[in-house]
Ligand binder design. Structure first.
Ligand code: SAM
Length: 276
């Protein structure tokens, strides 16, 4: 018998994967959590019925949510990740030797515990001595910490449940305050095909706080439409100003300085979204 998992990504479209095993299912205090093994993408973390990450394609998302900001900042020492309990963003951040402290603030302890158990390829840097893991609400954390971070990365779930406020103006204002005077902020902002209103609204809210606001794209096969957006807000440095011939001192599979530069070149319909 074949078993297939379907995420209904919109009311009219879904992604369907043949599964080889269901590894874990539970209702945590915050969300429904499942880890399933799929034939095409390997182990997959699913929260509230939405694919968060898979072993086969996670590198695209995790490299692109981290290295663009980290390579824009000349000296990123203190980095915060909000959400990101699978540990993928942290794994990429600690590749930067300049980073002295990387803090993960995840609201749901079970996401971290189960990622450690079932997704070690992704969570492998959570025990790095430069990493601190805190189980608390990211919204509260940024409200209570002013002017201390060089970079803040919001690696959140879709805007449902505890993540709704992570897409609000008040939160972006707190992020601005939690950053140092030359700090950079980046957030995942969903699919230009299916979430155009969200992208438009996030871009407008972020650009009210940050003098430099840019959208960039990457291709993540298991996310709705595959085309995924990130919005970056910067107090001082323009993320498009990167030396494309710069040599990286660490390994990547998707990110390169050329991809960094190219990711800001937007298809016209996406560019139109953020110009409106
Ligand atoms: N890469 C993923 C994606 O875009 O599909 C996001 C992955 S990560 C698992 C998202 C995490 O954000 C979840 O583990 C969730 O518990 C966490 N989260 C949601 N709201 C939060 C909040 N207010 N504070 C801290 N973490 C939060």
């Amino acid at each position: 018998m074949e078993l297939w998992y379907t995420e209904k990504q919109t009311p009219n479209l879904g992604i369907t994967c043949k599964t080889s095993k269901t590894l874990h299912v539970e209702q945590t205090d915050y969300q429904h959590l499942a880890i399933i093994d799929t034939v095409q993408f390997g182990r997959m973390l699913v929260l509230d019925g939405m694919v968060q990450t898979t072993i086969e394609d996670e590198f695209v998302y995790h490299e692109m949510i981290t290295h663009v900001a980290l390579n824009t900042h000349p000296n990123p020492r203190n980095v915060l990740v909000i959400g990101g309990g699978d540990g993928g963003a942290i794994r990429e951040i600690v590749k930067h030797r300049d980073v002295e402290q990387a803090t993960l603030v995840e609201i749901d302890r079970r996401v971290v515990e189960l990622s450690r158990e079932y997704l070690p390829e992704i969570s492998c840097a959570l025990d790095n001595p430069r990493v601190t893991v805190r189980f608390e609400d990211g919204i509260r954390h940024v409200r209570e910490n002013a002017g201390i971070y060089d970079i803040i990365i919001v690696d959140s779930t879709e805007p449902v449940g505890p993540a709704v406020e992570l897409f609000s103006s008040g939160f972006y204002a707190s992020i601005y305050n939690a950053l140092k005077e030359d700090g950079i902020f980046v957030a995942q902002t969903e699919s230009p095909f299916f979430n155009s209103d969200l992208i438009r609204s996030c871009f407008s809210k972020i650009s009210r706080e940050f003098p430099i606001t840019k959208l960039y794209l990457a291709n993540v096969p298991t996310y709705p439409s595959g085309l995924w957006s990130f919005t970056i807000g910067s107090k001082k440095y323009n993320p498009e100003n990167i030396d494309i011939d710069r040599e990286l001192t660490y390994d990547t599979r998707y990110y390169s300085p050329k991809i960094h530069r190219g990711a800001f070149i937007l298809p016209k319909f996406v560019d139109d979204l953020i110009r409106e």
